[in-house]
Design a protein around this ligand. Structure first.
Ligand code: SF4
Ligand code: SF4
Length: 379
């Protein structure tokens, strides 16, 4: 089989294993990306989750000896929950973003890439292949853009005409000279809806994100959330979809066909109060298979407290007071101090005053003082 026939066979096989879109590009360096990443670093706009080495992020040849091409894949995920939990009075729920619905996409896409590697090796036994999904050195988006999967949009997503921006991306560097696809034209045009609706102004300009202000990244932070962003979280427990859900290019794109990503309603939109005291084990058993669990339970429980403050949920106050007194985690106690000051029940004020007498941690003491100041301002 020659390279052209192999490329065709790879496309057909990819479709048969549920890869929704495939594209090919060369293994040439991503020069423009390198300049962009440098600027992001200088401005302090990075999330901190990225590979630090810019050479590795932009030069495929450093990652695979004799790299010739990169195969980009996209697998669509649902934008709509068809079996959403029925809202009941007094029940407050949080939300995991769509990229955390169903089985962790890293697992699903890695398995598809593993199958694709095995397929290629059947025909090219000495092929050199290296696959990655999200956590690899390369930028999935830069690869997908150059391989013609979609255009790099102003909301920093890759938008495909078929599935909108609701696609997971992965890639495989190869030493096979596949012929490259043509990148797509940018179709954002004059639209700037995503920039205008972003609750924290994290989209600086089309295609440039300050991750330090982006709720999607902030919800994953293991450190206390700066106060200016807390109310903007709303009931988000993990991630933020706002700049995708408003995008006109996503209109009507439901993508319900991938079984692995069907949301389990009670996990995707869980009740907030039962989350507060989940043990590590309970959290892992319940949420361990979804991508939103990768930072562990602490950020999610902190975000659940913020969500209860957003709802001003008075029925949560006794449990929050109990945790303010007992919980060993300063970030949790500090967030509760703030939450009590937002909910505004009288017993919350007493609990904050009492905690000030006993608290030893400097960060929590500062939060308690701030909560008292908030209280005086608001009530
Ligand atoms: Fe803004 Fe949310 Fe989009 Fe981040 S994910 S840029 S916070 S709308
Ligand atoms: Fe592009 Fe408009 Fe979608 Fe933003 S909302 S990504 S500007 S089409």
């Amino acid at each position: 089989m020659n390279a052209v026939q192999l490329q065709q066979a790879v496309k057909v096989y990819a479709e048969s294993i549920g890869i929704d879109k495939i594209g090919f590009t060369t293994a040439a360096p991503f020069r423009e990306l390198k300049n962009r990443l440098k600027r992001q670093q200088e401005l302090g706009y990075q999330s901190g989750f990225e590979e630090k080495d810019l050479e590795k992020r932009t030069e495929p040849a450093l990652l695979l000896d004799q790299a010739e091409s990169i195969i980009a894949i996209a697998v669509a995920y649902p934008s709509k929950m068809t079996n959403s939990p029925k809202g009941k009075k007094g029940e407050r729920r949080g939300i995991f973003c769509r990229a955390s619905w169903g089985t962790d996409y890293h697992t699903v896409l890695r398995e598809k890439l593993r199958l694709l590697e095995a397929f290629i090796v059947q025909y090219v036994p000495d092929a050199k292949l290296r696959s990655m999904v999200d956590t690899g050195e390369l930028s999935d988006r830069a690869v997908a853009e150059r391989a013609g999967i979609g255009w790099s949009a102003k909301n920093c997503s890759i938008i495909t005409p078929e599935f909108g921006s609701y696609v997971y991306l992965g890639e495989m560097i190869t030493n096979i000279p596949f012929s490259p696809d043509v990148p797509m034209e940018d179709e954002c045009g004059d639209c700037r809806l995503c920039l205008d609706v972003c609750p924290t102004g994290a989209l600086i300009q089309g295609g440039q994100l300050n991750a330090q202000r982006c709720i999607a990244f902030l919800t994953q932070s293991k450190t206390p959330i700066p106060e200016e962003f807390r109310m903007e979280f709303g009931n988000r427990l993990y991630g933020c979809d706002t700049c995708q859900t408003v995008c006109p290019k996503n209109k009507g794109k439901q993508n319900l066909h991938q079984q692995a990503f069907q949301p389990e309603p009670e996990l995707a939109k869980p009740l907030l109060q039962p989350m507060l005291k989940l043990s590590n084990r309970e959290f892992k058993e319940t949420y361990g298979h979804v991508s939103g669990s990768w930072r562990g339970k602490n950020p999610i429980q902190r975000n659940a407290i913020i969500a209860l403050a957003h709802f001003k949920e008075v029925s949560a106050v006794p449990e929050l007071i109990d945790m303010l007194e007992q919980d060993p985690r300063p970030m949790i106690r500090g967030t509760i101090a703030w939450a009590l000051s937002q909910i505004g029940a009288e017993e919350g004020l007493l609990a904050i005053q009492e905690a000030m007498e006993k608290e030893q941690d400097a960060h929590v003491l500062a939060e308690l003082q701030n909560a008292l100041d908030n209280w005086k301002e608001q009530f």
